[in-house]
Design a protein around this ligand. Sequence first.
Ligand code: UD1
Length: 417
Amino acid sequence: MDKLVIEGGRTLNGEIAVSGSKNAALPILFASILLDSPCTFSNVPDLRDIHTTLKLLHLLGVPCTYENHTVRSEPGELIPEAPYDLVRTMRASVLCLGPLLARIGLARVALPGGCAIGARPVDQHLKGLELMGAHFDLEGGNILGSCEKLTGARIVFDMVTVGGTENLLMAAVLADGETILENAACEPEIVDLANFLVACGADISGQGTSVIRVRGVPSLSGTSYAVMPDRIEAGTFLAAAGITGGRLLVKNCPYDELKAVIAKLEEMGMSITHHPGGVLAECGQLGLSGTEVETRPYPGFPTDMQAQIMALMTVAKGASVVEERIFENRFMHVLELMRMGARIKVSGHTAMVHGVPTLTGAPVMASDLRASASLVLAGLAARGTTEVRRIYHLDRGYECIENKLNAVGACIRRAEQ
Ligand code: UD1
């Protein structure tokens, strides 16, 4: 197992590039199950979750190759079996359910189980697929789904769910008739998935709004598609400029998709401007000051940036408040930040942060993907050495983060834990 050793207190300066979006690439790759001809996907980040997905697709009968951020998939004979060993390492594996049912009317997918940031059930995925004619049994920890042909339906989600919307969207594109998804998620990654499906021949409208209409088509063919840039990685880099008092030009930064994050960083005192070459993020003359953030479905402030902005709040002047509204139990970075000298008090889903003049380096433990990013940010700003342990979480979502940050002035090395 690896750890990152960070020598803090260096100002970051220069250009840094954003990779393809993990959360957009995952559903788009699962959508290759729906295709009846080869497909090419570019700008696919080189991340553990992507390789897990490719392994799973291979087992499901969709052989894929990965080279130089490009995936090529071939249609094959589908095998409706997603084993627990893979599913337990990546909850997004459940995204094969909709495509398998749409294509062959059969799916046996291990139930993902809980994870570090809460229970994260899949009831909305199953409820929607049942309305389209699927039937589910639970057998030995596996969801066993079967159906004749899926038929279009009106599905009203009980809550906004990104994965649920993606699974139903993929199920609906090959179903008989029209499906209407209401209270659908509006996240840019859903729009990217829908745009990909449309490029393959699907008939979808309303993506990016809370009502998505899908008219089923008989088949979909492969295309060439570039995955959108990762807005969370980009947001993390903007935050890195702020916490180190630096100046970063973030290239391939999806500016429009980051408006809620940028607004908060500006409120904290950063200057963020959109240029043709990228987004320029600078820490203002007066340093950072506290703010209030509440996580919400898109276009609200993303839960996936909550831990990172909290790292900034720990060294911002005055008080800040964070309310986590999407996931229970997503404050596990708090105790680790406190080991570095942060002053934070958690009560239910609210964290009160009182900024301190400086953090002090310490050994800390990463508990999930975004918590890890927040500890890296804290380590960049801290006096002395920070060791971030269990960084396999970080490797699930950030491509070569230490190389990218070192190229703009950080001092981070990867070592064996
Ligand atoms: C996706 C993202 C994740 C992000 C999250 C919220 C991927 C691979 N992951 O996760 O990075 O943090 O969106 O923006 O894209 N829920 C239910 N029942 C369901 C489905 C969800 O109760 O059937 C609840 C969840 O427990 C959670 C909330 O709804 O509290 C939102 O979850 P959801 O949007 O589905 O998150 P994911 O798709 O798992």
